[in-house]
Design a protein around this ligand. Sequence first.
Ligand code: G6P
Length: 453
Amino acid sequence: MRLVVVSNRVSAPDREGKIGVGGLAVALRAALRERGGIWFGWSGRVAAAPAEHPQIVQRGKVGYAVVDIAPIDRDEYYLGFANRALWPNMHYRLGLTQFSRAEFSGYMRVNRRFALALAAIIQPDDLVWVHDYHLIPFAAELRRLGITNRIGYFHHIPWPPIDVFGALPGSDDLLAALKAYDLVGVQTERDAGNLARSFAETPGGTPDAAPRIIALPIGIDTAAFRIAAQRAESNSVVARTMSELGARRLVIGVDRLDYSKGIVERLESFERFMISNPDRRGNVMLLQISPPSRSEVLEYEQLGRQTDETLGRINSTLGDPSWMPIRFVKRAYTHAVLAGLFRNAAVGLVTPMRDGMNLVAKEYVAAQRPDDPGVLVLSRFAGAAAQMREALIVNPFDKFEVAEAISTALLMPKDERIARWRVLFDGLCRQDIGWWTQSFVDALTGSANAAAP
Ligand code: G6P
């Protein structure tokens, strides 16, 4: 059976290697590499009069089928409903959620257009696997066109409780649209419970009105990332960074510049750590790598300014001529460089305010040296926390708690670091990206076919 993966963001073959596109594209690339198939979605380009049919490029076992979108589609669908309404709502940020009817209908329209474009190339036996919040109504649109293939959906970001989700206009329509899928996957049991209760508690809803839901935490290509980290010892960016660092210990954070990631809060937690541990000044440094993301959305632009201000304030008050506490880099690096930096960092700081999974937490662990691993400090609000109990789990809203965890991590005896790392790493080997893909595909092919004509 051919696998057809559908996602808004397609990691184009010429961009492979760079991060900045987020965990989803990196994971899907790994998922498709072995199995092969078609990857359909937005080209990332905007065209005044986009062609109806997808452009197809074959690279190895993967056929990339992409479509352009019109400027109004980008505004209403991508920047609008997907990222001004759904994204903040699903990250529990009601105050940031902006709804517009025009944007909602743009979102529905683009889903219809994408469905039309895919319907033209779909074969009867294809297994269709749709990814993420941009494409919730995609299967319903395919069904409308008479497509009866098995179609699964995976939701990479959190599914909030109905009190939050239900506040979003259009939420009832989205729940109804989800029923067109044969299977809906989410990251954690918490998300699965929230989603199931959304169906039960929505006006006129009942628990059996829900589609089949599974909690299936996404993994990484653990073996490949580990090898990349070993090889990165000789990478020039990594080597230069480490030689400049000298005997100082490195604390690292890597996230898209997104308010859900808690970057400003993290800088302030590190400041708190420095204030509480003056003896550490001069011998520890936080390296925060944050490629810009969705900068046309106001909240993201504001976040850019806020991080600059916070960074300037902390460095200028705590730094001295020979040392700055925080180094902040707003650009994307290859996985090879990140793997090498992770390997050399004594602490991995992954402290989102809310996150579907967070693959950086997993990559940091996969990159460590087995005989001298660093310590992961992980937000309890990342989906990864449900699996990675041996990390130091923190509440990112509490800067004192995060500051204490940084201190505990830096002081942790080697035996304990090794013991914790071993359990985490074994988990990553068992539940890697291959396991995730296979488990979803198995569940989808074994699932009752709601698509019977
Ligand atoms: C998150 C989302 C993905 C998205 C990525 C990057 O990981 O779950 O769907 O692709 O962020 O965001 P962007 O808007 O650049 O696609």
